[in-house]
Each structure stands twice: as C-alpha cells, then as structure tokens.
Design a protein around this ligand. Structure first.
Ligand code: SAH
Length: 394
C-alpha cells in the first residue's frame, strides 16, 4: 500500500481523530497513488496514524477511513453502513418520517458519502475521490443492508470539482417510474423531485424544527422567508396559523409549496405565495408597515467556509434586522444559518447585533439544530452546520 509521510508535528489533527490531511502537511510519498486509492498515513518518524483515501487534486489530500491498522475492504464498509442504519433505527427517526439521511459522510465515518432515503428509494451523493473509488461496492452494500432495490445518484454538488470529478446524475441501481413522489414527515405529506430538487430533493435536516414551528404557529400571522417547497409553511398552516405568506425566488419551488398545502388539505385561502428576493421584499413590507406574529428565516448557505464569514455576516444581519422590525410585540423570530463558515457563537452575535440596530429587545427562548439523522462526530465538528434561534421580541 502506498504511504504518505507527514511533516514533523503535522500528525496532531490525526491523533485527535480528525479525518482530514491537507496537502501542506505531507512531506513525501513513496509513489503517486491512484485517485481515491487507499493509502497509509505515517508520522515523520514512520509511525502508523491512519488508513485513508487519496485525493490527488484537492487541498484536502487524504481523508481517513480508519485510525486502526485494519483492512479497508467490502466488509469494512459493510460494518460502517450497518452501524449508520442501526443509528437511524435507535434514534427513532424512522418512526417520524419515511424520508431521512441514512449516511452522513464524515459524521458516520464514511467521508464523502451522503445517502438519503426517500421511502423505498435511496439517493446517493459521492463527493470525494475516495467515495467515488468505492461507489459500486457501496451501492451494492447499501442494497444488501437495507433490503431496498433502487439507488438514484445525485453527485452534482460543486465540491466534486475540487476532487477532479465530473458531475454525475442518474439511476445507479434498480428502476424508477417517476422522480416525483410524496414522502410523509410527522404525519404531513410532501411531494418532492429527487432529480431536480435542491440537495437530494428535500431539506431533511430541518425536520424537527418544522414540527416546532407547527407547535408555535397557532393563530399567528406568519411570514416564511426562503420557503422552498413549503416545509415550514405547511407546518405553520397545520399548526393553525391564521395566515402564511411564503417567499422564494424560485417559481418551481413555490408551485410545489402550493401543491403541498393542497395535498394536506390545508386552507389555501389562508396562504399567499410571493416570488421574489427576500432582501427586497422585507424592505417593501417595512415601507408598507406590514407586521407579523412569526417570521421564519431559513436562507441558503451564505458562507460555505470561514473565508466568506464577513460577507455572510452582513447578509444575516440585514435580514434579521428587518425581521425584528416587522415583528409585532411578543412576536417570534425563528432564524437559521446553515453556513459552515459561521459558527453558533458568531450567529448568535449577529442576531444580537440585528436586534440592537433594529432598536428592539428580544430573548432567545430556544436553540435549534439539525435533526438526529444528521449526527455530529465529536472529532469532526464541521459536521454541525445548522443552527437556529427562536427569539421572542419584547
Ligand atoms: N426552508 C426550506 C429550505 C430553504 S432552502 C425548507 O425547510 O424546505 C433556501 C431557499 O432560498 C431556496 O428555495 C432558494 O430558492 C431560496 N432563495 C435563495 N436566495 C433567495 C433570495 N435572495 N430571495 C428569495 N429566495 C431565495
């Protein structure tokens, strides 16, 4: 097996079981490994540290499969997949929805592999050279361990480019009669499209937070910003909201949002869709002196890495400030950030700054995070990306 020898002192992160090794940490290689091939990572004094997948083009040059001196083969991946499947069973996510994340990459100790389950269909994203190298084996094992027959591939995330991989979309195993099918989450139905939807089709990470919004929405005038296919909107209506306005820049998403309201037999006449830019619409509402009892802000990722944090902070500040102004006294702000580059402490600071500049006082009454099917390995804090605050305006 090829070996990568690290520079002196650069073994520290691996000793803490963080799975990434950056190109600058590598002193020498005894041969150039193939893309995705398994390599040994050795300290400068040639001690074994980890067995990893090699990524020839990425700054993250290797990702550890294991820190033990064990064989990385089909049975190795079977054990990893089996424990990920078992975790979803134990965390009872299967009792709440037939759509959930089955494998969450580094957080389930399989770097680069994401697998979401939508009822009887698995949707797979291979994001790294290592996951790509083992993809066919992983696909076979996923079917064996779940008893399912169909896998659709959505390996079209931009990060594949960093790994020197082309986008790939299409059927990987089995057959599919349609890309559109409904799932059930906490007794509500959602139609989604696994071929053209965002990520693998649905924002599964927000499941428990959508339920929380359902519990809080009774008799409220709600504004759902960045509503996508209506996850929060449908839950607010199901919770007895007096009215809901849903805003998104995508007309396809808004069409599905309306369909999802109708599918659950919720009152369409309490609902308004607005296609447009949230940043502009919030200003328009402010100028028109609109007010709400509850505002949800679930924007896209403004800062993929900490290098984008400053620009992202301005965007978060802007929408949160406007939302605080639009809220009535005792109104509730449910605000999220899914940016890896903005941690929870910084996000809270930004929201506090927004309240201050809006001239309002507010309390955090709840901290929200990604649901249990998106676990976080203690050794890979990057896996914790979704943070949310429920704030009560004075
Ligand atoms: N809350 C949703 C997920 C939101 S994803 C759920 O629970 O399912 C982010 C959404 O923001 C996407 O649908 C995207 O179309 C929309 N979006 C991105 N930038 C926008 C902008 N400036 N104004 C309005 N919508 C925007």
């Amino acid at each position: 097996m090829p070996a990568l020898i690290l520079k002196p002192g650069r073994e520290k992160s691996l000793l803490r079981r963080h799975p990434w090794i950056f190109s600058g940490a590598i002193q020498s290689m005894d041969e150039e490994p193939a893309s995705g091939a398994t390599v040994d990572l050795l300290s400068s004094d040639k001690h074994f540290l980890a067995r990893a997948a090699y990524s020839p083009t990425s700054q993250i040059r290797a990702r550890a499969w294991t820190f033990e001196d064990e064989v990385v083969d089909r049975e190795f991946f079977r054990r990893r997949i089996r424990s990920a499947v078992e975790l979803r069973r134990k965390s009872n996510v299967e009792g709440q929805s037939n759509a959930y994340r089955l494998i969450y990459a580094e957080s389930d100790y399989i770097p680069g592999l994401i697998v979401d389950r939508y009822n009887d269909v698995l949707v797979l994203q291979s994001l790294t050279a290592g996951a790509e190298y083992w993809k066919e084996t992983l696909a076979d094992l996923l079917l064996e361990e779940t008893g399912l027959t169909t896998i659709y591939e959505r390996s079209d995330a931009d990060v594949r480019g960093l790994e020197g991989l082309e986008p790939k979309i299409g059927l990987l195993r089995g057959t599919l009669s349609t890309f559109h099918f409904p799932i059930i989450e906490h007794n509500l139905q959602f139609n989604l499209n696994i071929a053209s939807g965002h990520k693998t089709g649905f924002y599964l990470d927000q499941r428990k937070n959508r339920l929380r919004v359902r519990e809080l929405a009774k008799d409220k005038d709600v504004l759902d910003c960045f509503c996508y296919t209506g996850g929060f909107t449908v839950n607010a209506l199901a919770g007895g909201a007096k009215s809901v306005i849903s805003v998104d820049s995508s007309s396809d998403a808004l069409d599905l949002c309306k369909e999802n309201i109708a599918r659950n037999k919720l009152p369409l006449d309490s609902h308004t869709s607005l296609e447009g830019d949230v940043f502009q619409l919030l200003r328009k509402f402010r100028d028109e002196r609109h007010s709400f009892d509850m505002i949800i802000l679930d924007p896209p990722k403004f800062a993929p890495t900490s290098a984008h944090a400053e620009k992202a902070a301005r965007a978060y500040k802007d929408i949160n400030l406007l939302a605080f102004k639009l809220l009535r006294p005792h109104g509730i702000l449910v605000t999220f950030s899914c940016s890896g580059g903005v941690d929870s402490a910084l996000f809270q600071k930004i929201v506090a700054g927004s309240a201050l500049d809006a001239g309002v006082e507010a309390q955090i009454v709840e901290y929200l995070s990604q649901d249990a099917d998106h676990p976080v390995s203690l050794h890979f804090p990057e896996g914790a990306y979704l943070k949310g605050l429920v704030c009560l305006k004075k």
